[in-house]
Structure formats: structure tokens, C-alpha cells
Design a protein around this ligand. Structure first.
Ligand code: ZN
Length: 180
């Protein structure tokens, strides 16, 4: 197992659409283990493969630190596709391990349906709402090259500009390994 430096806003790989996984082989299983270890070491609740420098359509989620989700099972989603989104949306403050210390209000669908492959290459389809839906949509965004600043209102984006420049220049405090 290994803790991998997390890619940071401005790193090119975070803007690329990730490639579909063709086969869940030993390498992919090792990638997933490393992703969980890296995420937990950074106290994150979700992590996408391109956040550890891998151009693969995979994310991991562990919501157990979140109130009300203590009993939830960690999730691995490979080649996920959002198949439905509710018309109702909600605005909540979000953060991201690739945007250290930044917080911003993001509007997202309240409930979703998502299809993906599990680690046995079996197709799964689940419905999710509330925080699970939010984290899934956030991680799914990473896989298509989108991040929080792409999802906030224009006035918020303007307000974040200075902070985003500082992040790109590594001009911030961060207590987990990040890319140079
Ligand atoms: Zn993120």
C-alpha cells in the first residue's frame, strides 16, 4: 500500500476526461487500495483516480466520518455513469482535497441514480441522495475534468480567484502530501 501525493488545482490531469477501465486486474485493485489509503490519510471522504495522477475512470468513497453515515459501506465505482438526476437541487458548502482549505457553496441534484462496475466487474445500479449523492456527483465531476470552481455561481467564482491562484502556486498550508 502507498500514500500518493494528491494532484492540485492547476495540474493538467485534473482537467482531462479519464479513460474507461477495460479490465479490473491486479494493478487496478492495487490502485484502489492506494486510493483508499491516500484518501483516509488526508481525511477525505471521496477521491477520484486523477487526484492520484491516474487517468482511469475510478473513484472511491468512505462516508463513515460523516454524521448519519457511520454505518455506511465504503464504495468503489469503476466506469460510473449518472443515469438519472432529480429536478430538486440543494446548495451546500463543499471542499476538495485538490483545493486545500477552499470551501464554496455548490448546487447539486438532491438525488441521483448511478450505474458502475464493482471490483468483481459486475454492473451495479444504485440510487443515492443527500450527502451520498453530493459526494458521488463531486467525484464523478473529477472523472470528466470538472471541479468545484466550474460548478459555483459567477460571483462566487470571482471571489475565489485569489485563493485559486494561491493554490496553483502552492501558497497554502496543507497537512497531506501533494504534487510539486
Ligand atoms: Zn474533489
Amino acid at each position: 500500500m502507498a500514500i500518493i501525493p494528491i494532484t492540485i488545482y492547476g495540474d493538467k490531469i485534473l482537467r482531462e476526461k479519464t479513460k474507461k477501465v477495460k479490465q479490473v486486474d491486479d494493478e487496478v485493485i492495487q490502485n484502489i487500495r492506494d486510493m483508499f489509503e491516500t484518501m483516509r490519510a488526508a481525511h477525505g471522504i471521496g477521491l477520484a483516480a486523477n487526484q492520484v495522477g491516474l487517468n482511469k475512470s475510478i473513484f472511491v468513497i468512505d462516508l463513515t466520518p460523516v454524521e448519519g453515515y457511520e454505518e455506511s459501506s465504503p464504495l468503489v465505482m469503476i466506469n460510473p455513469v449518472i443515469t438519472a438526476e432529480s429536478d430538486d437541487s440543494v446548495i451546500y458548502e463543499e471542499g476538495c482535497l485538490s483545493l486545500p482549505n477552499l470551501r464554496a457553496d455548490v448546487e447539486r441534484a438532491e438525488a441521483i441514480e448511478i450505474k458502475y462496475l464493482d471490483t468483481d466487474e459486475k454492473e451495479q445500479i444504485i440510487e443515492a441522495d443527500d450527502w451520498m449523492a453530493r459526494v458521488i456527483l463531486h467525484e464523478y465531476d473529477h472523472l470528466i475534468g470538472k471541479m468545484i470552481p466550474d460548478r459555483v455561481a459567477q460571483d462566487i467564482k470571482k471571489r475565489l480567484k485569489g485563493e485559486l491562484t494561491d493554490i496553483m502556486n502552492r501558497n497554502m498550508d496543507v497537512d497531506y502530501p501533494i504534487t510539486d
